[in-house]
Design a protein around this ligand. Sequence first.
Ligand SMILES: CCCCC/C=C\C/C=C\C/C=C\C/C=C\CCCC(=O)SCCNC(=O)CCNC(=O)[C@H](O)C(C)(C)COP(=O)(O)OP(=O)(O)OC[C@H]1O[C@@H](n2cnc3c(N)ncnc32)[C@H](O)[C@@H]1OP(=O)(O)O
Length: 244
Amino acid sequence: MLRSIVRISRVCQSLGSLPYVQTQLGHPAVRTMSTLPWPFNSAPRDFSLPNSSWSSEMTRLYEHYNSQCEVETEDGEKQRGPWRRLPSYNRSLKYAKGGVYLSKFVQSKARLFTRNIKTAGAAFEYVMFINKEEQRSVCIFQAGHLLEGPPGHVHGGAIATMIDSVTGTHATYLSGPVMTANLNINYRSPIPLGSTVLLESCMDKKEGRKTFISCKVTSADSSKLHTEATALFLSVSVSHLLGM
Ligand SMILES: CCCCC/C=C\C/C=C\C/C=C\C/C=C\CCCC(=O)SCCNC(=O)CCNC(=O)[C@H](O)C(C)(C)COP(=O)(O)OP(=O)(O)OC[C@H]1O[C@@H](n2cnc3c(N)ncnc32)[C@H](O)[C@@H]1OP(=O)(O)O
């Protein structure tokens, strides 16, 4: 009996995570249902929040930047600080504003490359913060065992992926929908697998549709340079982005 209850509740939970069910939940025709207690777990997972796989170094850096997202004034009032943590979902389009409708045009099985492995700590663990005033961003990244390239070190393609993701997210934040036109990378020193590194990006210039961003990857204490890159992003229409 107990086993059946557990099995039914598991089915309910997995139904709640099915893209189709989630899409239907956002549809105007069924939106009124959200006012009723809903037994399915449909809340999207925010991958940028700490989990048990994070090293103490990663957690310390997260807390350092997160504490600057909200600051307290002299009167004890809370106000927005210089940094902002960017939440991260495995279906970026769907969870973007209005994305639930746009997501009908894209494959329901599609998942963001860097967020498609559910096991915590196995691949890309990262969190990104943006400083709008200084037009720069920082990403704290811990590479898991599935990202091996040279023995004991991170694959160059995984490093490129992270640089593209960080600079691309930064450019999207500054300029709206963009696509990478050019990415230049210099690998200076290998990144040990499992270590925590920092990716710092800054906007170099904006010229019409072009946003130029540069990025460096360093050890967590910034003493060692691992990688340097420059990237060019071109503003595109939403229809170009969706390949329509
Ligand atoms: C409301 C919807 C919002 C949806 C977004 C939602 C959420 C997003 C949120 C956060 C983001 C999340 C994650 C970000 C993660 C990853 C980011 C990954 C980004 C990528 O991974 S994305 C995939 C790889 N990316 C491609 O798959 C692009 C393929 N490609 C093309 O789609 C075209 O190629 C395009 C559009 C790039 C340009 O095409 P086009 O026709 O628009 O422009 P055109 O060619 O006319 O060039 C205009 C001017 O740019 C110069 N120019 C062009 N290309 C150049 C180059 N390579 N080097 C130097 N200059 C270049 C020309 O020389 C000219 O310059 P000038 O005007 O001075 O003459």
